[in-house]
Design a binder for this molecule. Structure first.
Ligand code: PPE
Length: 305
């Protein structure tokens, strides 16, 4: 999806013009995929732009870094503030936000310990990630031939840039085959997640989402959906799913910061009723929550000031 440039990018403590946020070709992370990043959204609310669960995203960024033994030379509070400053500097009422911490220029070779850590935060407008019809018509999914990372090969709990080679291979395979997204199975053959979203499927009236042990990213949208669903009176279980569970589920959706809540209309050409009633109720409530329109979720909206 093409990027629309905005005014400023925060880089190593300073807001600089968008086009000046450049790096050297010998940047360590460009070669080895050793960076950690986040995807966050700011939404328009009655009280101005608010970043959805900003602190939780920044804490996950630091957890990703801890797994990689990367020391980010800022505190969580400093990065939270930097994100707010960057959003304010763009002047956009809503946007997608991409913080990244990466090993910079100066060292080559796989040992990351001596490498410098650079941090950047960019924001730009980003629309519906899985298409404008994702909620009404749903997306077509295909089980990938690519297996999701095992915890002892690439750490799926860390949002590490290199982990996304696996996601890109699966995404391109799905698109080339005429589908919208890929279902990733883990080395045990159980459903893990999609290339950039977590999965929910309803079985026997219960919404089921795979556990982190299945190799999924600890999704902040997934966590929000679990809260919203339970508050709505829906039963939610964190449990293993097989591909056959998806084939015979009553309804299914995927969720993530970029994709928000997107209904699924088929998996491997087995049609799924779409959008299902729980999917619609959750997607609508999520849409209100991120815009600060639901009292009990207001603390999720962190205003940029
Ligand atoms: N799994 C993966 C692999 C993933 O990348 C994401 C986010 C999620 C689950 C959902 O996590 P959360 O955003 O906290 O609910 N994917 C980000 C990157 C998308 C991209 O194309 O880049 C996102 O949605 O921002």
């Amino acid at each position: 999806m093409p990027i629309t440039p905005t005014e400023k990018i925060w880089m190593n403590g300073e807001l600089i013009p968008w086009e000046e946020a450049r790096i050297h070709v010998l940047t360590h992370t460009l070669h080895y995929g050793t960076g950690v990043f986040e995807g966050i959204r700011a939404y328009e609310t009655d009280a101005g732009p608010a970043v959805f669960r900003l602190t939780d995203h920044v804490v996950r960024l630091f957890n990703s870094a801890r797994i990689m033994m990367m020391e980010i030379p800022y505190t969580v509070d400093e990065i939270v503030q930097a994100v707010k400053d960057t959003v304010r500097a763009t002047g956009l009422p809503s946007c997608y936000i991409r913080p990244i911490a990466f090993y910079g220029y100066g060292e080559m070779g796989l040992n990351t310990i001596p490498c410098r850590v650079d941090v950047a935060i960019a924001c730009w407008p980003w629309g519906a990630y899985l298409g404008d019809d994702a909620l009404t018509k749903g997306v077509r999914m295909k089980t990938s031939s690519w297996v999701r990372h095992d915890h002892n090969i690439m750490p799926p709990l860390s949002k590490t840039t290199g982990n996304y080679v696996n996601s890109s291979l699966a995404k391109v395979e799905a698109i080339k085959a005429g589908y919208d997204e890929a279902v990733m199975l883990n080395p045990q053959g159980l459903v893990s997640e999609c290339t950039g979203e977590n999965i929910f499927a309803a079985r026997g009236g219960v919404l089921v989402t795979p556990p982190l042990s299945a190799g999924a990213l600890p999704g902040i949208t997934q966590d929000s959906v679990v809260t919203i669903a339970r508050d709505h009176g829906f039963e939610v279980r964190v449990a293993d799913l097989t591909r056959s569970d998806l084939y015979i589920c009553e309804e299914m959706f995927v969720c993530g910061t970029a994709a928000e809540v997107s209904a699924v209309n088929s998996v491997d050409d087995r049609p799924i009723p779409c959008p299902g009633p729980m999917t619609t109720a959750i997607a609508e409530e999520f849409g209100r929550a991120v815009r600060g329109q639901v009292g009990r979720y207001k603390e999720w909206c962190e205003h940029v000031g």
